[in-house]
Design a protein around this ligand. Structure first.
Ligand code: PSU
Ligand code: MN
Length: 301
């Protein structure tokens, strides 16, 4: 076992008894949602996973320890301190660990922790990807490279159209990452159920998805799988309206010169302000919906 890892007691017990475990990220808590909805959502998601027969392992970095299973105190610490907690992707790990600091883990670094801990399934809201304008900015999230290399399945509601979804899917194809639509053949666009782009394959049961994962990893076929689960109909936002809002937020970010790791959190919070909190409610519901599917796949696996 890696000397850099630390487990909560329930996660450690579940892993040693080979019970199903689902990883969760902490950037969504510290940088993706405001307090107190962030902590409320984190706790609700954990409960959903338990109610569906698996054990939740919210991941983060606490005093330099890669932690699988944050305690209630640690979740509240992440949620209350928000932006003050460093957003930690792959490149941030050596610094934060060696300096014994705290970090909120992105999709990429949560995959790394999950893999070290022996967790195969990870549920979240949306992944990072190829940003609009990446042809000149070269802003491509490290999440995509992690999916290419680390054997963890990520359940998301697709990706927000703050990204260039066409280029994001091209990148995943080049890197050999299967993109599976759950009950859909259209890649979902986070707030909206459809993006107009196709997934690689549609599967309609958690059992079929678990079989695909098992097959991929038994083949020793390196890397992860992206499982795209559309937001429930009831919570989906109007695609045209959200598109206008996103376009405005992207222009504002450009004008303000925001780039690098600050860009995604800026766009997320600006969209939330511009939609008057509507997008936050949708965001919360789609994460919960992904938690249900994540637990079901973990149980089947
Ligand atoms: N997209 C969302 N919500 C999020 C994120 C992305 O809709 O919370 C977060 C995730 O933690 C993701 C990270 O891994 O942002 C990507 O950041 P970047 O683009 O800087 O790699
Ligand atoms: Mn980036």
């Amino acid at each position: 076992m890696s000397p850099f890892l630390s487990f909560s007691e329930p996660v450690q017990a579940a892993l040693s008894e080979k019970r199903p475990v689902v990883a969760l990220e902490s950037t969504i808590i510290a940088h993706g949602m405001p307090w107190p909805q962030n902590v409320e959502t984190a706790l609700r998601v954990e409960k959903i996973i338990r109610d569906n027969g698996a054990v939740p392992a919210t991941c983060g970095i606490i005093h330099g320890k890669l932690t699988a299973g944050l305690t209630l105190d640690q979740l509240e610490y992440m949620g209350k301190n928000g932006r003050q907690i460093r957003k930690a992707s792959r490149r941030d790990l050596p610094y934060l660990i060696s300096q014994q600091q705290d970090g909120a883990t992105t999709v990429a670094s949560t995959m790394i922790i999950a893999h070290l801990a022996g967790i195969r399934i990870f549920a979240t809201g949306g992944i990072g990807g190829v940003h609009r304008g990446a042809a000149t900015t070269m802003d491509v999230s490290a999440d995509l490279q992690e999916l290419a290399n680390t054997p963890v399945a990520v359940i998301s509601a697709g990706a927000k159209s703050i990204l260039d979804l066409g280029l994001t899917l091209e990148y995943l194809e080049t890197q050999g990452v299967p993109v599976i639509g759950f009950e859909t053949s259209d890649f979902p666009a986070f707030f909206a159920r459809k993006s107009g782009f196709n997934v690689d394959y549609r599967l309609d049961t958690p059992h079929d998805i678990a079989r695909l994962l098992d097959t991929k990893w038994k083949l020793d076929n390196k890397g992860g799988v992206l499982i795209a689960n559309p937001v429930p109909e009831k919570w989906a936002l109007d695609a045209d309206l959200i598109e206008q809002t996103i376009a405005q937020a992207v222009v504002e970010a450009e004008k303000a010169g925001i780039h690098g790791k600050a860009l995604t959190p800026f766009l997320l919070s600006r969209i939330e302000q511009l939609t008057g909190g509507n997008s936050l409610a949708t965001n919360i519901e789609l994460v919960c919906n992904n938690a249900v599917l994540g637990a079901q796949i973990a149980v089947n696996l």
